[in-house]
Design a protein around this ligand. Structure first.
Ligand code: GAR
Length: 201
């Protein structure tokens, strides 16, 4: 079996989750899919450099330049079609996609979120804010969730979750780092392999 699912990774920032996917591809954790395109909505995202270093094709689409959410999403859709993408992975992609976009790819868009959904998720919960909210609430356990994306922000079917303990001395930054290292970078590649394998049959 040589056919692999073609994966596009959508990013906005540092791209450590993209790096985890690249590393997983190299180590064989991901063997049923191949990252063939990285799309960013931020021209300065370090994630773009991570992709270029691996000779992965990149594209940048700026909502401001394109003028509307619709034009922005159409540009992304065109790039996905041109590159014959099977799976779209949102890895730190800080832009909410409209229902018209998500409904075009049922069970084909995967997101990683840095909490145990349904806690600390939905509109306004992204990046460090998620960890600040967990610390404010005083929960003792948090984690990460990988889920399919539908029209409800962070509301689609859960693929994998992993719990991470919160320590008394944690700041949002130390907690973010532990959740990434001990949960996100593990379950995102595992989930991408699982979905890729199902797609290629
Ligand atoms: C990650 O913690 C990811 O889970 C989170 O942003 C960070 C991106 O880091 N995503 C969200 O909060 C989405 N709601 P990265 O660019 O280093 O992968």
């Amino acid at each position: 079996m040589s056919k692999k699912a073609k994966i596009a990774v959508l990013v906005s920032g540092g791209g450590t989750n993209l790096q985890a996917l690249i590393d997983a591809q190299k180590s064989g954790v991901i063997s049923s899919g191949e990252i063939t395109l990285v799309i960013s909505n931020n021209a300065n995202a370090y994630a773009l450099e991570r992709a270029s270093k691996e000779n992965i094709k990149t594209a940048v689409f700026l909502k401001k330049e394109l003028g509307s959410q619709e034009a922005f999403e159409n540009a992304i859709k065109n790039a996905l079609t041109e590159n014959e993408i099977d799976i779209i992975v949102l890895a730190g992609f800080m832009s909410i996609l409209s229902e018209s976009f998500t409904s075009a790819y049922p069970k084909r868009i995967i997101n990683v979120h840095p909490s145990l959904i349904p806690s600390f998720c939905g509109k306004g919960f992204y990046g460090l804010r998620v960890h600040e909210a967990a610390l404010e609430k005083g929960v003792k356990v948090t984690g990460a969730t990988v889920h399919f994306v539908n029209e409800i922000p962070d509301g689609g079917e859960i693929i994998m979750q992993k719990a991470v303990d919160i320590l008394p001395e944690d700041t949002a930054e130390t907690l973010q780092k532990r959740v990434m290292e001990n949960a996100e970078w593990i379950i995102l590649p595992q989930s991408v392999e699982k979905v890729s394998k199902e797609i290629i049959g």
